[in-house]
Each structure stands twice: as C-alpha cells, then as structure tokens.
Write a protein that binds this ligand. Structure first.
Ligand SMILES: *Cc1c(COP(=O)(O)O)cnc(C)c1O
Length: 352
C-alpha cells in the first residue's frame, strides 16, 4: 500500500465492476445493460444540448428534469432527487442516513452496498436469504439503523411483493428503508405509490437499465421532502454540479418517450421468457426472474467452467465466486438473436 495514501484510502475495499472488454467483440451479457439503443428522441435532445450552452454551468437543482420525473410518477418535484447514476444516489444515502449506524441488507445482494458501508463507517448485518433466495420480511423486524432492499434483488433476479415491502417499511418507522428498484420496469410493481404514506421510505431508480442509458449516468431518489433534504446536504458538501447539461437534456427526453420505453421493455420481457424456456429444456435451474437478467445453474456442469467456455467462444456472462452463489451464472437478456446464439453455444458446450 502506497505511503502516500491516507488512512481513509488504505481502509477502502473498492467495488469491482463487470468487465468492459477491449480485446475483441463479445456478445455482452455480463453487466445488465439494455441491448437496444436509447430512444432516437434522446439522441436528438443530446445533440441539441451539445449545440447550446455548454459554456455555462448546468442547473444544480435539476429543476426541469425533476419536474418531468415528478409528472411521470405522480409526485411533487420536492420528492425527487437526481444523481450521477443511482450508484451516486446510493452513496449519498449512506452518508445522509446511515453513517455511524448499523443497517440491514440481504447476504446475497448488490455488492456495492458493503463498499459504501465501509466508505462511510456504516456497520451492517448481512441478513441471509432463505434457501430459495427469497427475502423473509420478518427477518427485518428487529432493531436497526436503516435497511436496504433491492427489488428485484440482484444478482438473484427475484421480486418481493409490494405488500411484503410495505410491511417492512411499516415495521421500521424510525429507520430509513431504501428500496433499490434498478430493475423494477421488467415486471415488478414500484413502491413509489407508498411514498406519500411513509416518510421513512426512499425509492431508487436508474435510467441505466430500462431506458438504455447506462452511458449517460442518471439515477433518482424518490421520497419525503425530509429525506430529499438529507440527500441535498450531502450532495452540496461534495459537488453541486453532478449532472451535466447533456445528461439533463437526454434524461428528460427519455422519460417523455413512453412509447419507446414500453416497446423495448416489453421486448426484453418476451426474450427473457423465451430464453428461460430454452434453458429449462437444457436442464438448467432458473430462479424466477422479474429483471432484465436471469440467474441460472446446472447440476451437471460447474458454473465457473461454463463461464470460461462461454468467454472463449465470445460470450460474456457474470460469475461470482462467492459463498452460496458460486455455482450460478448471471446472464443479461440481450436481443433475440444474441440469446439464440447464447443457447446454441451453450448447447454445444454441454454436449462436447
Ligand atoms: C445497476 C444497478 C445500480 C446502479 O445503476 P447506475 O444508475 O448505473 O449507477 C444500482 N443498484 C442495482 C441493484 C443495480 O443493479
């Protein structure tokens, strides 16, 4: 460790993102990106923004975008916060609500949560999912300084009914309950409808998955004005201009083009269901998915070996060498053609 590092930097345990390979062209099913390009209206809005006022700072309050988002979800602008990707929103949440406390989140979940906990000095208990990778709501009925629940969960793809989420929120009125809905548009029901009822609920969304804008970096938090104030305190102690003019323009247009959104997400759901059928025929075990990815395992073939063989054949999926999930592959849903190729290549590997 470098002598130049601060004690803070020495103590960090950084997140390891999925591979963005540069050596050759892969079918990329490893980072849950959308296989379809963003709406053409988004591209036009971005071009127009690039031709206008980049000389000037962007609006630090993101007023226009927040207004658009609020209308889209039936909220007030004061209940909306915008961040540079939902990862940034999550980081601000840990700073605003959890620093110095002890929080709960599932043992198998998005691996950025423990990273932020470490960065902000947040203690945590990793609450085990049951043997079917389900979140058991009663496990969250105990003393805590905050809760993070991803719904659907990643990398399991499993969805928890909104009634059960509501029970968790209701039973924890003195803690902030974050529901990370990065994948909610692929078949689940959002908790946004509960925001006016529970001041301790904070819902997080991203444009990276269902709106095909992972490269633009836009995420949202929705919640009571009180919680949004907490996020703004942290943000404005860090960087007042986290969202640039190009991203503001593109994000607003993405939310306005609901036709394109509905069409592409429907296509992904259909491809997912077809892919699951084909994999069942190859004797894969598949967790029931409400996300744009699936979590699969095979009794006769080790996941790590399948991962390597797929990679050699030009297909990237995600493998996690972690307890309980080290015989699973997480596979992002691509286009129909990509998934047909995936099934064909996988079949060849199995019969080799
Ligand atoms: C992808 C993902 C995010 C981060 O999304 P960005 O908006 O691209 O930062 C957050 N939470 C979960 C569970 C995710 O899978």
């Amino acid at each position: 460790m470098s002598k130049f590092f601060s004690d803070l930097a020495k103590g960090l345990k950084p997140y390891v993102p999925g591979e963005q390979p540069k050596d050759k062209k892969y079918i990329k099913l490893n980072t849950n990106e959308n296989p379809y390009p963003p709406s053409p209206r988004v591209i036009k809005a971005i071009r127009d923004a690039a031709n206008s006022d980049l000389r000037l700072y962007p609006d630090p309050e993101c007023d226009d975008l927040r207004q658009t988002v609020a209308e889209c979800y039936g909220l007030d602008k004061k209940q909306v916060f915008v961040g540079n990707g939902s990862d940034e929103v999550l980081a601000f949440c840990f700073g605003a609500f959890f620093a110095g406390k002890k929080i709960l989140f599932p043992d198998i979940t998005y691996s950025f949560y423990p990273v932020y906990a470490n960065l902000y000095g947040v203690a945590y208990e990793a609450v085990p999912l049951n043997e079917n990778f389900e979140i058991i709501k009663e496990d969250y009925y105990k003393k805590n300084g905050g809760i993070v629940i991803p719904n659907p969960n990643a990398p399991t793809s499993r969805y928890l009914d909104i009634e059960k989420i509501e029970d968790i929120i209701k039973s924890n009125k003195d803690s902030v309950v974050i529901v990370d809905e990065a994948y909610i548009d692929f078949g689940g029901e959002s908790c946004i409808s509960l925001i006016n009822k529970y001041p301790n609920l904070l819902v997080i969304h991203t444009l990276s998955k269902s709106r095909s804008l992972a490269g633009l970096r836009i995420g949202f938090a929705f919640g009571s004005e009180e919680l949004m104030d907490g996020l703004n305190r942290v943000k404005n102690s860090f960087n007042s201009y986290t969202i640039d003019r190009i991203a503001l323009a593109g994000a607003s247009e993405a939310l306005k083009d609901s036709t394109y959104f509905e069409e592409t997400r429907k296509r992904i759901i259909e491809t997912r269901d077809k892919t699951m059928e084909a994999l069942k025929a190859l004797n894969f075990e598949i967790i029931d998915s409400k996300a744009n990815f699936i979590f699969i395992s095979h009794k006769a073939f080790e996941a790590q070996i399948l991962f390597q063989k797929l990679r050699e054949r030009g297909i990237l999926v995600r493998y996690f060498n972690k307890p309980r999930i080290n015989n699973f592959l997480r596979v992002t849903i691509g286009t129909d053609i990509e998934m047909e190729t995936f099934i064909k290549v996988l079949n060849n590997i199995l019969v080799e």
